[in-house]
Design a binder for this molecule. Structure first.
Ligand SMILES: [Zn+2]
Length: 104
């Protein structure tokens, strides 16, 4: 395995610093849309959450996303994100279990 500097990001919910691979990125696009960015490459203001629903729920409760994205995140947006998050979480965990590494 090649070694390279692992970019670290902080989860906005639990404040833990982890590698980008362990976090899920939520982005506010220049159009003002808030969505989960699976690729991590969308432009816009991003916030990171651990790849588990617990941190998502924590972010929802503490409105951490609102602060990080500097936008008011409506409840319906959180609902939508929650659904996407659960879907992404499955893929996310499956990917980690198989140890698959996406070559950049
Ligand atoms: Zn977290």
């Amino acid at each position: 395995m090649r070694r390279r500097k692992i970019p670290l990001r902080k989860c906005v919910a639990c404040q833990e610093t982890k590698s980008k691979k362990e976090l899920i990125r939520v982005v506010r696009t220049p159009e003002g849309e808030i969505m989960i960015d699976v690729t991590g490459k969308k432009s816009g203001r991003g916030a990171y959450l651990c790849g588990n629903v617990a941190c998502f729920e924590l972010a929802k409760k503490s409105r951490a996303l609102d602060r990080s994205l500097k936008a008011s995140v409506g409840l319906e947006v959180y609902e939508q994100l929650a659904q996407d998050f659960i879907r992404v979480e499955d893929e996310f965990l499956a990917q980690r279990e198989t140890g698959m590494d996406d070559e950049e």
